[in-house]
Design a protein around this ligand. Structure first.
Ligand code: MN
Ligand code: MN
Ligand code: MN
Length: 277
């Protein structure tokens, strides 16, 4: 059985509708899929019917933005009760935080000569959660920069002219939201925060101390050495292990649905906490 426990639909920064996402996952041999959009459960709530039709098991999920020290980290909630009032309140909180940040980014970009950046980014986001990638795409579309990377390097990245400092809620808060809605808290892609190994271990320790349950030992295509190292770190702390593609769009082979290594069998798989053997 392939468990893909991290992916995005068009309700956040993914490109496929929840239905198309499920169909693609099925096609690629995934048996259990968690949809984990950034700070929203809107995609999950409309995906249940399609999952039943396809014979695919759907785990309701969410990827929360959180704060660790000066940097942002992501915490995935798996098996959350999408009708839980605590989860709804959390989603509302994050939505307001994102809206405030987007407004501030829009103001910065307006001062830098892009008065329509906010409206443009909103249009690109459509019904999805508005985020920095949409501002980046807008800057590409108006010809201000060559590509998304350049938009971050020149305007939106840390310390750049349209970088708005925002404190996401602490890990304790996010883990509390997830537990209060009957979910399991998973530290997403620890290797992707560009930390030294020592700092990464410190992050995992903080996450465990904050009540976190599991760590993504595999996120998309990564080296076997990385998987083995993370497995060692996670096992030493008695944490559960998760895996997922972090799929956003077709054509990105390094994060394709169902396409990643197998969790080493020394690990306790997170799906044991979700009712799967
Ligand atoms: Mn994303
Ligand atoms: Mn993430
Ligand atoms: Mn993600």
């Amino acid at each position: 059985m392939i468990f893909d426990l991290h992916c995005h639909s068009s309700f956040s920064d993914g490109v496929l509708s929840p239905e198309d996402l499920l169909a693609r996952a099925k096609e690629r041999g995934v048996s259990v899929l968690a949809i984990t959009d950034h700070d929203t459960i809107a995609g999950v709530s409309i995906a249940h019917k399609a999952a039943v039709t396809l014979g695919l098991q759907l785990i309701p999920g969410i990827e929360f933005s959180s704060q660790w020290g000066k940097g942002g980290v992501h915490i995935v909630g798996l098996g959350v009760d999408i009708n839980s009032p605590e989860l709804q309140a959390a989603v509302n909180f994050q939505e307001q935080a994102r809206a405030a940040r987007s407004l501030a980014i829009g103001e910065r970009l307006a001062k830098l000569g892009f008065p329509d950046a906010l409206a443009g980014a909103q249009k690109l986001a459509g019904s999805g959660t508005l985020g920095r990638p949409h501002f980046a795409q807008y800057l590409v579309d108006v010809g201000a920069v060559k590509n998304i990377n350049a938009a971050f390097k020149r305007y939106l990245g840390t310390g750049k002219s349209a970088d708005v400092k925002y404190q996401w809620p602490a890990m304790e808060q996010v883990i509390h939201w997830i537990h209060a809605s009957a979910g399991v808290a998973v530290l997403a892609h620890p290797a992707k925060y560009e930390l030294t190994r020592m700092k990464m271990c410190a992050l995992i320790d903080s996450f465990a101390a904050a009540g976190g349950d599991a760590v993504e030992v595999i996120s998309g295509q990564q080296s076997t050495a990385m998987t083995q190292d993370l497995a060692k770190i996670v096992n030493a702390r008695g944490l559960y292990a998760s895996c997922g593609s972090d799929f956003h769009a077709p054509g990105q082979a390094w994060q394709e649905l169902g396409s990643f290594g197998v969790l080493p069998d020394t690990l306790k798989p997170v799906w044991n906490l979700l009712g799967f053997k």
